[in-house]
Design a protein around this ligand. Structure first.
Ligand SMILES: Nc1ncnc2c1ncn2[C@@H]1O[C@H](COP(=O)(O)OP(=O)(O)OP(=O)(O)O)[C@@H](O)[C@H]1O
Ligand code: SF4
Ligand SMILES: [Mg+2]
Length: 321
């Protein structure tokens, strides 16, 4: 595998709880991961497990509480001036809902020109350039001077994607980029993202609660539970034979069209709701819901252990105490 474009080391993102002096939401808690050049790393997990917080913090849209974020080897938290601007140009985000991520008072042309002006990109003919760029994401030139409300959900998301790639970044964090769209256009947007990745040599962090979509898009998958990564590795392997009991639970809750796979996959019934990230359970955070809980799980946190090259699981069933 190529060298990592992004490396996250022991990242913590804690939020203050309103009305409390001491309570904190541990949205991301000691996360370490690498994202390699040209790959898609999928991040999956239930609502509230910290996916968006992790994605936004990687791009410095949230302040990390502690830990390091290395982009091409440089600690981005410490970047200033020209280097910080360069990082911002190279690392972009696409949000879930294009209805709220696009400014309703700006035409599509103004929306697309904004990043070009901010980063002082000089072009001979802006209009001609924008028309070509619009074509590359499947939008006709007739949309250029329209406002977001005049576009469909899918067209708006194409604009949001184009705004993210117009500066030709290296890394894009895609936060549930198809969840707000009609089912009929979701597949088209996923195809577009794959084409753009190939054409522009992009690296993606692809966030979704839908593991089938994540599997379709990703080379590797990280499963998050209550602010932590519990399993990370090759997407095919994780999808077909998840090791962590939580991943098994996530995968057993989706309909599986392939009868061969479904026969080998045991249905695990989830026990209860995810606990609060304000006061997570001691030991393994999944222990109150896990069907395999042992004594050690209640007191000692399982380390993320390499079970085969490049494949890691945080569970006492796969580690030694
Ligand atoms: N700015 C904030 N202030 C306080 N708490 C926050 C803030 N942002 C997120 N949180 C909390 O952090 C935790 C993780 O939230 P996050 O939005 O990252 O989860 P998620 O996995 O993206 O969920 P979803 O699938 O619903 O989008 C939640 O408990 C959330 O309430
Ligand atoms: S460490 Fe224990 S409680 Fe946690 S997932 Fe593994 S077996 Fe279940
Ligand atoms: Mg989210």
């Amino acid at each position: 595998m190529s060298s990592p474009l992004l490396e996250v080391l022991d990242l913590k993102v804690y939020f203050r709880v309103r009305g409390s002096l001491f309570a904190k939401v541990k949205a991301v808690d000691n996360v370490s991961l690498k994202v390699f050049k040209g790959e898609t790393l999928g991040i999956v997990g239930e609502s509230g497990c910290g996916k968006t917080t992790l994605g936004k913090t990687i791009l410095l849209l949230n302040k990390p509480t502690s830990g390091k974020i290395l982009f091409e080897g440089l600690d981005v938290v410490k970047l200033k001036g020209r280097k910080l601007l360069e990082f911002r140009r190279n690392a972009q985000m696409v949000f879930q809902d294009p209805h709220t991520s696009l400014n309703p008072r700006m035409t599509i042309a103004e929306t697309l020109l904004e990043p070009l002006r901010e980063h002082k990109v000089q072009l001979n003919d802006y209009e001609e350039y924008l028309i070509k760029e619009m074509e590359s994401v499947g939008l006709g030139s007739e949309h250029l001077y329209r406002y977001p409300h005049e576009l469909s959900g899918g067209q708006k998301q194409r604009v949001a994607i184009l705004r993210a790639i117009i500066l030709r970044p290296k890394l894009i964090v895609l936060d549930e980029p198809t969840s707000a769209l009609d089912v009929s256009v979701q597949a088209q947007i996923l195809e577009l993202l794959r084409d753009l990745q190939r054409n522009h040599n992009l690296t993606y962090v692809f966030i979704s609660h839908d593991i089938s979509v994540v599997k379709y898009m990703s080379n590797r998958i990280a499963v998050m539970y209550l602010g932590k990564i519990v399993e990370i590795g090759n997407s095919q392997k994780l999808y077909e034979k998840p090791l962590h009991p939580y991943s098994v639970m996530l995968l057993s809750s989706i309909p599986i069209p392939d009868p061969l796979v479904s026969r080998s996959r045991k249905k695990v019934i989830p026990q209860g709701e995810p606990p609060s990230p304000i006061n997570p359970p001691p030991g393994c955070r999944f222990h109150p819901r896990c069907p395999y809980t042992m004594d050690i799980c209640k007191t000692k946190e399982p380390p993320l252990t390499e079970v085969e090259p490049g494949y890691y699981v945080a569970c006492w069933l796969y580690a030694h105490g």
